[in-house]
Design a protein around this ligand. Structure first.
Ligand code: ADP
Ligand code: GLC
Length: 486
């Protein structure tokens, strides 16, 4: 099976969120199962620099306002997965964040930048690389949402289906909506600008295009697949998603064992596993020293690694910090994003330096040290398509405390008395998105921390959970079988 993943980030070369982790791990897992999975990415500087052995495949000339566009083919380091790179310096050769400038303003030509990505994907299904033509084009998030639309346009023009298409939603809140009058730049048939097509409240919506034109739609957990069919989490697209319910499924993300595994992790000061937990205590003490927290083990250390955005529910954590400190707990956050949240967390740390530590920024190595050191990892999201840090927490014996939403609901079992009794509990789960909701879950965490044997039981069960990519790869393979061209 020949599959082309169309995406914008790939761990470890370029990452702003969980999408990169998925794009780094899924094609590699598929390759291990014998699938010929490749990726197509824009030639952002970090990807141009990091993808090995890039060779020209085709010249595309001047398109989407770029003077000269080329398709290159190289290899991802570590995984050896083949990677096609769109070399279009006018559109992609900009430092930093791939979507926005240094002041965090979206680039004004994002429509052209990501239309080119979808367009090249469709050209590849037409045979742009004479040596390799995908049977399935797998578009990730809005950036790749036009790929299914260009494929459909080519199908109309040629009278034959060029490739099956899958649109995966990693986050429905990001839709890639642009002013409707720009539609002409896309070079799609005029009738595609329609409620049955690219048009969304008068705008061009890249994600809607993908959801409308793709043969299959997936998202990254079964619960989120259900939630987005209702108004509350549907971001205005719930009607379309309900209409396409038969083609929509939720496939849970996995954890890349080569990157996240406390038994071999080179980024943490001491390695450990479920049978030998001493290393975890050493990690906690080392982080406390590093962060200037009081070095002690008589209370739980709560950690967070997160983008600081509205989605993540972090105002609830700010509100709960006094409770954590009063009860003898400690807290450390690594994250960046919203300035007001950054300032509020910094102020809390300045107030209680023995108990609260905050690092504003993005730091892959420190994220491992935090997750290894924590007793509890907090993920109190308003919505969460899958969520990865709670899965890392489970693997590292760091009990997740999460809101019952999206992928969090699918991956963590609350330490209620009955779940403890039945040996099912792996963390703490709360429902109401308010201070009393998170407060009750925090009190359960403190209560369990006092009962060491029960804590160890929950921790050990969490560490034994399997969230490997092979299971996800099997599900995607079954989906591809239904839609692949020959
Ligand atoms: P989202 O994609 O919505 O941000 P996920 O939980 O799926 O949420 O993935 C977030 C990924 O980004 C995880 O791998 C997490 O460890 C990483 N991450 C988030 N913030 C930081 C940070 N400040 N430093 C290092 N890694 C981070
Ligand atoms: C998105 C979601 C997150 C998910 C990630 C990878 O960024 O916010 O929940 O884990 O994509 O699929």
């Amino acid at each position: 099976m020949r599959v082309l993943h169309v995406c914008t980030e790939i761990y470890p070369l370029l990452k702003t969120g969980g999408l990169a982790d998925v794009a780094g791990a899924l094609p590699a897992a598929q390759a291990r199962e014998g699938c010929d999975a490749r990726v197509l990415v824009p030639g952002f500087p970090a990807l141009r620099a990091g993808i090995l052995d890039q060779q020209p495949v085709a010249e595309l000339g001047s398109v989407f306002g770029a003077a000269s566009v080329r398709l290159l083919r190289g290899v991802l380091p570590d995984s050896g997965v083949s990677a096609y790179v769109i070399d279009a310096p006018d559109l992609y050769d900009r430092p930093g964040n791939p979507y926005a400038d240094a002041a965090n303003h979206a680039y004004p030509d994002n429509l052209q930048r990501f239309a080119l990505l979808g367009w090249v994907a469709a050209r590849m299904a037409e045979g742009l690389d004479p040596a390799w033509r995908p049977q399935v084009v797998h578009a990730h998030d809005w950036h790749a949402g036009l790929a299914p639309a260009y494929l459909k346009a080519a199908e109309h023009a040629t009278g034959r289906k060029l490739a099956g298409s899958v649109q995966t939603i990693h986050n429905l809140a990001y839709q890639g909506n642009f002013p409707g009058h720009l539609f002409g730049y896309l070079g799609l048939p005029a009738h595609f600008f329609d409620i049955n097509g690219v048009e969304f409240h008068g705008q061009c919506s890249f994600l809607k295009a993908g959801l409308f034109f793709a043969d299959k739609i997936t998202t990254v957990s079964p619960t989120y697949a259900r939630e987005i069919q209702h108004a509350e989490q549907g971001c205005g697209l719930d009607g379309l998603l309900r209409a396409r319910a038969n083609d929509l499924s939720g496939i849970l993300n996995g954890v890349d064992d080569a990157v996240w595994n406390p038994a071999v992790d080179a980024a943490i000061p001491a390695r450990y596993d479920a049978g030998m937990p001493a290393g975890k205590r050493a990690c906690k003490a080392a982080l406390q020293r590093e962060a200037g927290l009081a070095v002690r083990d008589d209370g739980p250390l709560f950690v967070i690694v997160s983008r600081l955005t509205e989605q993540k529910g972090l105002h609830l954590v700010l509100a709960a910090l006094p409770l954590i400190v009063q009860r003898g707990g400690q807290f450390m956050l690594l994250g960046s994003g919203d300035k007001a949240l950054e300032d509020a967390f910094r102020a809390a740390a300045a107030d209680q330096p023995q108990s609260v530590a905050v690092r504003i920024g993005y730091d892959e190595q420190l994220s491992h040290r935090l997750i290894a050191a924590g007793d509890v990892i907090l993920v109190p999201s308003r919505f969460e398509p899958c969520g990865l840090t709670q899965l890392y927490g489970l693997k590292y014996g760091t009990l997740p405390l999460v809101r019952r939403v999206g992928g969090l609901a699918d991956t963590v079992v609350d330490a209620s008395l009955e779940n403890l009794g039945d040996g099912l509990a792996t963390g703490f789960v709360f429902e109401a998105f308010d201070e009393s909701g998170i407060g009750a879950a925090l009190r359960r965490a403190f209560a369990l921390y006092e009962r060491e044997a029960d804590w160890r039981q929950v921790q050990a069960l969490g560490m034994r959970q399997q969230f490997d990519w092979d299971a996800a790869a099997d599900h995607y393979a079954a989906l591809y079988q239904q839609i692949a061209t020959t």
